[in-house]
Design a protein around this ligand. Sequence first.
Ligand code: ATP
Length: 209
Amino acid sequence: MAESIGILGGTFDPVHFGHLRPALDVADQLGLDRIHLIPSARPPHRGEPQATPEQRLTMLQLAVKNNPQFVVDDRELHREGNSYTIDTLLSLRQEFPNSPLYLMVGTDAFSYIQTWHRWQELLDLAHIVVMQRPDETLTMSDEMTSWYRQHLAINGAPTQLAGKIWRVNVTQLAISATEIRTKIAQGSNPQYLLPDAVIQLISMLGLYK
Ligand code: ATP
């Protein structure tokens, strides 16, 4: 089979260790070859990020420069309109027709996946990997619960290119970009929550003050 590819989308405003370590845990446990980190241009479910798309992209590049398993993928930044995950998966599927694709989402994001554009088609294009986020319980509607149960991967190695929901245990890091932005705005040191190279860029650009 072709290389298997993990996908982590987000605002990455800024990227932090709560994104990177869990993504690597998923890659280790499911035997993924690469992880695409995909910053969204205009996330439909939240306000405008504070850093520009280019700044968020540069922070990602600095964060993973020492690990070739991570690929910083800017495809959403070149698209007009809202950043819909379904469009990103369609574009990845076209580029990698024979690769199993694994869309990673934290429990907070997964809980409202039903509000995503064309959510029921996501599994036609990729697997979904649910990563437990500290202090976040998974809440699901009845419709979502039956969809979840129907597609939950029981165990064993994946054999399909898409279609299953995986639960993977990841390192529990109670870190959020919101907390980091707040710390910086208050003048406190965010070190050890995110890579030093990213902190250096943030202070050079005067971001989140
Ligand atoms: P913000 O605080 O600005 O909302 P965030 O820290 O939640 O940002 P996002 O860029 O919105 O980060 O998250 C992108 C993806 O990474 C989402 O699927 C989210 O659930 C997941 N994620 C973010 N932080 C963690 C964490 N600490 N542990 C596991 N998953 C996480």
